[in-house]
Design a protein around this ligand. Structure first.
Ligand code: ZN
Length: 128
């Protein structure tokens, strides 16, 4: 549940108006040996790393507080905040219909970076 697939992370990144980096391996010769790094084919941003982690290294994971705040700011900026919150309340009530939780707990439930990102992704998908 609330799994952030690469497809979801890519869509959320594009919602933020940022590049979903598509890294390509580059090598260079320095101090007598070959070194490698990865460079985005779209915007040119680069990073060192390993091929199997570089996409995660370069792109947002949407599992951090900073990512969550970026999504919240974008939802506000695009005028989608209120309908997003309503969709979250609906999701929360659906998941908790047999549990007597106070509505105040909703905020704690909502403000979990990965869940927040997943909910934003589902909300945007429902809008499309
Ligand atoms: Zn890029």
């Amino acid at each position: 549940m609330y799994e952030l697939t690469e497809e979801k992370r890519k869509a959320l990144t594009e919602f933020l108006g940022e590049c979903w980096h598509d890294p390509i391996r580059r090598t260079f010769f320095e101090d007598g040996c070959y070194n490698e790094y990865y460079e985005c084919t779209k915007c040119g941003v680069g990073a060192e790393g390993f091929s199997y982690t570089i996409t995660t290294t370069l792109n947002r994971t949407f599992t951090t507080g900073n990512d969550m705040v970026a999504l919240k700011e974008k939802l506000l900026e695009t005028g989608k905040w209120h309908s997003f919150l309503i969709s979250c309340i609906n999701e929360w009530e659906e998941k908790n219909k047999y549990i007597d939780l106070e509505i105040l707990e909703f905020t704690e439930w909502l403000l979990t970076p990965q869940r927040f990102a997943w909910l934003t992704s589902e909300f945007l998908k429902g809008e499309a």
